[in-house]
Write a protein that binds this ligand. Sequence first.
Ligand SMILES: Nc1nc2c(ncn2[C@@H]2O[C@H](COP(=O)(O)OP(=O)(O)OP(=O)(O)O)[C@@H](O)[C@H]2O)c(=O)[nH]1
Ligand SMILES: [Mg+2]
Length: 324
Amino acid sequence: MGLISFLKSKFSKKKNDEIVNKYNDGMAKSRQNFSSKLTNLAGRYKKVNSSYFEELEEILIESDIGISLAIQIIEDVLQTSEKEHIYDPNEINEILVDKMFLGYASKGDTATDIDFSDNEMKVLLVVGVNGVGKTTTIAKLAHRYIKMGKKVMLVAADTFRAGAKEQLCVWGERLGIDVVYGPSESDPASVAYDGMKKAKQENVDLVIVDTAGRLQTKANLMAELSKIKRVIGKEVPNAPQETFLVIDATTGQNGVIQAKAFSEVTSITGVVITKMDGTSKGGIILAIRDELGIPVRFIGLGEKMDDLAEFDLDKYLYGLCVVE
Ligand SMILES: Nc1nc2c(ncn2[C@@H]2O[C@H](COP(=O)(O)OP(=O)(O)OP(=O)(O)O)[C@@H](O)[C@H]2O)c(=O)[nH]1
Ligand SMILES: [Mg+2]
């Protein structure tokens, strides 16, 4: 059984599953774009040939899957087609989704959630360029872990943008949790230091540190991240255990460039892709995974507090490829 059939049988029974529906709603634009192109292509050919594969490759590239992964996937599909004598376009499209699955899954670790099993305080540092959705994602993550019964604290280490700490404080109030902040334009590392001190005193389970949006091309701002990290590590052993890079799905291949630049200056343990609901090119997740191997941990599927889901490859591919 191909993956599409498997996903259909896995998820069609789950019409009332909140998370499956969230993926499906949030990925509607991408699905509309990607699967309608596949259906249209399959409808125009009785039997696949080299121009079919060229068009198929074009569809992958247009979906932001990335050129090198698109080429690799098409080569894999071609090989299977020849080896197993499969030339029916619909069957080829099924094989395509299998290969997309492998394109992600074969790149290593797929761990998603933060591991609280050792009962040590966890520190999560959130980084990314301006306006990608860092602060909103922090609020969504805090909401998620509060619901799981964790004690969460926020630290406003974005001392740069006017209104940044106020924005985080508004979220803190809504969530009913403490936010540690310092004076405007103070050193973000010193706010991080105060945050760690307070978090230890208060015995929190998870501290989430918000940072200023920084362009990957600004060396001094990128160096500042290392300083924030060092200070956190001095106060809390092994921290930050997690550093999430937030990437806006609507920025396309630029997201891959950002991911490369950030991972060169600091170790990233996970990527959060936001605004999946705002793009019709949902393939960006596969491109980032292909280029960097870093697992996508969460995806943002809307602006509300609940519009965040743990990344799940099956649900993602179902949301992207399957029309029922
Ligand atoms: N549609 C949609 N909008 C989102 C999502 N995540 C964030 N946003 C919106 O993106 C905008 C920017 O979000 P912020 O959280 O302020 O972004 P930021 O990265 O903290 O921005 P800076 O601190 O200025 O660098 C806001 O209008 C959010 O509501 C998402 O998953 N979907
Ligand atoms: Mg922010």
